[in-house]
Design a binder for this molecule. Structure first.
Ligand code: GLU
Length: 321
């Protein structure tokens, strides 16, 4: 029987916050209760947004919370070859094509009058009529400063989410042919995450539900690469009081702030426990207790709101430690 494996996959584009902690802790508890391996991956390919300090900080914060993974971290930027191999394989199947159009050109074409009404304008969608017709566009040139797109069919992509049930995503209508390789000569997120999940042997992907529709695109890539599609577990996000995903505008919710203020990790874990259906109000809790008492069916199915009261509760006795 295959050993189940899951991963924590922070992007060092900024500091990890309470929302990241919640996803990671739920992932951790699920895995430990079911004897899955948990591995770490640093998703550092989004180069313009990468912050040099954020990689080590993510490791420090995870360690503070007690989440020490089973293997040394896979750092995406350290090994470009697997992404190149995947691109070669997709190119051999005629699955990807080179695209030098700017975002503006694509937007303009998507809104152009000759488009069929059923296609409906979408600023993010790549309209089918922009696909190249020349054969050379379907060859992969890793050194070209071009992006490459994955050519999709019109069919609905269906998959089962372990938390959100059956899904049917119309990738053609929503996104169209999507980018798998960027002009910076690097894999785009959609490709990198699939290649890495395959090479890390990931069987269960647990993450925020902002990536639910990405699972459809990733399913297409898995299939094109002939790999087994993992099980998906998409968790409702932690949001600010305005219902938008947690961000700077909601005040400080960075885990490093609490660590540096001397807040015990048990307080963060206790707050997350109250956000995960383990208790109705936060009480400090160890990682072991969180893991033991976690019940999948009790996770709230709607978004959780991080408030200033939560922030104050976390800081409440930090001066005493
Ligand atoms: N690195 C992504 C993030 O921090 C997660 C990607 C994934 O889990 O597929 O949001």
């Amino acid at each position: 029987m295959t050993k189940h494996r899951t991963r924590l996959a922070p992007s060092p584009t900024g500091a990890l916050h309470i929302g990241n902690a919640r996803t990671f802790l739920i992932n951790w508890a699920l895995a430990k209760q079911r004897s899955w391996d948990v591995v770490l991956r640093i998703e550092d390919l989004d180069s313009p947004r990468i912050k040099p300090w954020a990689h080590q900080q993510a490791i420090d914060v995870l360690q503070w919370l007690g989440m020490v993974c089973d293997e040394p971290a896979l750092v995406q930027s350290a090994q470009p070859q697997p992404y190149l191999d995947a691109m070669k394989s997709l190119a051999q199947q005629g699955q990807i094509f080179r695209c030098d159009l700017t975002r503006r050109e694509i937007e303009r074409a998507a809104a152009a009058p000759h488009q069929s009404p059923s296609e409906g304008p979408s600023e993010n969608r790549f309209p089918r009529h922009l696909r190249p017709t020349q054969k050379e566009a379907f060859l992969f040139e890793p050194t070209a400063a071009s992006s490459y797109r994955f050519q999709i069919e019109d069919d609905l992509v269906t998959f089962e989410d372990q938390l959100q049930g059956p899904q049917a995503v119309n990738v053609a209508a929503d996104i169209g042919d999507f980018v798998v390789w960027t002009q910076r000569q690097q894999p785009a997120y959609q490709l990198a995450v699939v290649v890495d999940d395959i090479r890390q042997g990931i069987t269960d992907v647990v993450r925020g539900d902002d990536l639910l529709t990405s699972a459809a695109r990733q399913t297409l890539i898995y299939k094109a690469l002939g790999a087994a599609v993992p099980k998906w577990w998409h968790l409702p996000l932690v949001v600010g009081p305005d219902g938008r995903r947690l961000a700077k505008r909601h005040g400080d919710s960075r885990l490093i702030t609490y660590l540096q203020a001397g807040v015990p990790a048990e307080r963060v874990i206790g707050l997350i426990a109250s956000y995960s259906g383990l208790c109705s109000t936060p009480v400090p809790m160890s990682l072991d207790d969180f893991t033991r008492s976690f019940v999948l069916d009790n996770i709230p199915r709607q978004q959780v709101v991080f408030t200033q009261e939560s922030h104050q509760w976390l800081l409440a006795d930090s001066s005493s430690s």
